[in-house]
Design a protein around this ligand. Sequence first.
Ligand code: EPU
Length: 456
Amino acid sequence: MNTLLSESTPPRPGGGSVSPGQALTIRGGHPLSGRVTVKGAKNLATKAMVAALLGETESVLRDVPDISDVHVVRSLLEVHGVTVQDDGDGVLRLDPSGAVSAHFDEIDAHAGASRIPILFCGPLLHLLGQAFIPDLGGCRIGDRPIDFHLDALRAFGATVEKLPSGIRLSAPGGLSGANIALPYPSVGATEQVLLTAVRAKGTTELRNAAIEPEIMDLIAVLQKMGAIISYEPNRVIFIEGVDSLRGYDHRCIFDRNEAASWACAALATDGNIFVTGARQQEMLTFLNVFRKAGGEFDITEEGIRFYRGGALKPIVVETDVHPGFMTDWQQPLIVALTQADGTSIVHETVYENRLGFTRALVKMGADIVVHPEGIASADRRVPRRALEQAAVITGPTPLHGADVVVPDLRGGYSYVIAALAAEGTSIVRNVDIIRRGYEKFLDKLTDLGADFDVVG
Ligand code: EPU
């Protein structure tokens, strides 16, 4: 069986599978109601797959979502000689015993639109003494540089050479533990340090680390492999390097970004969605904001039900690193805020270009003004960075159908729920991007009663 590499959505009336460049015709104005199940987090599963390269024996990863970011990482592992077996039902077996150096062209061809290849550096340097990283993809939501990653790798003793086609790294003498302070608690750079330090000689101290739940889950994976990692207050992580690691057996933490997306879909369309697999603990911050905006939720052992508690209310919120309000949540939330009675402000502080998606919402009738330099606000937490933007959303404004093009993963999801909330028919183009992070997206929409066709 090879379910993770196939689009498992069979063609059917009102649904169907999506291939690159396809569009959806969406007839809006109906609430989304029903149940959806979220599997493992995109932002853990892909990293845990890379971690398998560090083990001397096979790893088993469970609850892996069938999304294109997982497919990209699988391909990259395979070109490096890792055997990946799909047991079905989200279970992947990853055997690194045949790992080899891959040819530049092969890596480049398999990198696709993903930033994960950068995380292959540490494991490949330990395994082969060298690594090649092609130009990185990922969502176009800002410059998304990799300077923290490269500085950290240099601190471990790697030599970094920039080529027109990508970056070549080498460490023929091996890597040694380092003292690293990140300029910003970057998720990716923290993962880079973890994946490199576990096999480096000596101890690594990482300050200003990201502490997202997916990072804690990656630490759990690495501990199962034999790593020694401890974390202290104030974003400090210590890693004692070990000589060898073994494979792991791990069930991915649930995808809280997908759960939050469906919660916002219920809020925007005045629907009622039970998200099986969603858990309260990792969503505390989201749930507070959801409630302040007029949402209500019931938490059970199985998952969380999301719906409107009454009229939607305007809020002021700023994105931040964990335990703050995640940047990945603001895009679907803004769609719901177009229906709140009053003026909301969303400050985006993590990426410098993650509010451009609102232009299409304005085309659909929303009243949203983006302030590219941000705006002062009395109730701000301590700003972490100079870069920030703010969106001022004034509602409620009825949304109407429009012809829009998906710009990035979360923006794309937001356009689909905006079209579902809108009166009339919309065309949402370039929907294949949504498959990067939402498993069986069209099946789930169909199960929730969405009225759409796949075109193109
Ligand atoms: N940054 C730098 N230099 C670096 C690395 C990051 O300046 O070397 C900056 C970025 O430009 C950005 C900020 O630091 O402004 C935060 O970036 P971070 O490294 O934390 O993000 P990431 O690891 O690239 C992951 C998720 C994103 C999620 C962010 C923030 C993955 C594959 N991606 O990205 O997920 O938004 O953390 O939590 O884990 C998504 O799921 O839609 C998505 C974009």
